[in-house]
Design a protein around this ligand. Structure first.
Ligand code: SF4
Length: 320
């Protein structure tokens, strides 16, 4: 998951595997990354509903800076399959360690939450579950179906793990028919060993390619963070790789370091550079690109889905 946080904890028990890592001081954020503290009545109502239904959100678990804005509009990204991840990505603030027991009633509760919030579009993500035979794919599929039943008018976006070494997992999620399939590459291939040690760049890329082969009509989406130490040429190469996999929608946001034990911020990418990345990406043929310091995978996902559909329709009209 594309995570970010402004939290400054010391050695955190949420990430036992990071305790031995050297301290990386967290630089002060530039003005363009400053956001208002959450607290609106709508934010509180969204929070109460998530608590009442015992649902986890990546907004909270990753310490997302956009939570005040998103939850004010009732846009919460549900995180299924528990709140403990079996990977140890060095950028991510989601807790790691021994995973939770699978809750068979979670899909229905997600459906209830989507109906109660009256969402036109919902994003569902998860922790990595390398301990499960199917990587949690069956649970994703059940959640998609439960949302369709409880809220038939809601469009569904999934942001999935990579299902590495999990035969037929991807097929099960695609068969459940989400409207958007998102899987984040997160960073450039050179930094994978350090940033996503449990993942493989070309596996993630193939996963996105495979979605299009299984269902050419399904929108695909991927995202990356910048400020981790990559250079511009590498970012442009990732764009080319994603277009070769026919990915429709690209998101690019600034990496924010959750704690001193996480991967060090290499630098803050300026808003102007983000605009330049957006122009490059559109030139390479993505239907839609969101690139800004506060862009996250699910930021403005509902509005962006409407734009995505319109962009495809316009392209088909031109082609026809
Ligand atoms: S950007 Fe995504 S993760 Fe962050 S608060 Fe909004 S919905 Fe949640």
């Amino acid at each position: 998951m594309n995570s970010a946080s402004g939290m400054r904890e010391p050695s955190s028990p949420r990430h036992p595997e990071k305790a031995h890592r050297p301290d990386n001081p967290i630089p002060r954020k530039p003005d363009w990354l400053r956001v208002k503290a959450p607290g609106s009545p709508e934010y509180q109502a969204t929070r109460r509903l998530m608590r009442a239904l015992s649902l986890n959100t990546v907004c909270e678990e990753a310490g997302c800076p956009n939570i005040g804005e998103c939850w004010k509009q009732k846009h919460a990204t549900v995180m299924i399959l528990g709140r403990v991840c079996t990977r140890s990505c060095t950028f991510c603030n989601v807790a790691t360690g021994r995973p939770d027991l699978l809750d068979p009633h979670e899909p229905q509760r997600v459906g209830e939450a989507v109906a109660a919030l009256g969402l036109s579009h919902v994003v569902v993500t998860s922790v990595d579950r390398d301990d499960l035979d199917d990587g949690g794919a069956g649970h994703f599929a059940r959640t998609i179906r439960a949302i369709r039943t409880a809220a038939p008018g809601t469009t569904i976006e999934v942001l999935t793990p990579d299902f590495l070494h999990k035969a037929d997992a991807l097929e099960a999620v695609v068969a459940a028919g989400p409207d958007v399939f998102n899987h984040n590459l997160e960073t450039v291939p050179r930094l994978y060993t350090e940033v996503r040690p449990g993942a493989r760049y070309f596996h993630s890329l193939r996963l996105l390619d495979q979605v299009k082969r299984l269902n050419p009509a399904m929108f695909t989406k991927s995202g990356m963070m910048v400020g981790l130490g990559e250079d511009k040429t590498e970012v442009l190469q990732v764009m080319d790789d994603l277009r070769a996999a026919e990915v429709d929608f690209l998101t690019i946001g600034q990496y924010l370091q959750p704690t001193i034990k996480h991967h060090a911020i290499a630098r803050f990418v300026t808003p102007e550079e983000f605009r330049s990345y957006r122009s490059f990406a559109l030139g390479k043929g993505f239907l839609l690109v969101s690139a800004s310091p506060l862009t996250r995978s699910s930021y403005h996902a509902g509005e962006d889905f409407a734009r995505l559909r319109a962009a495809r329709a316009a392209k088909l009209a031109t082609a026809g």
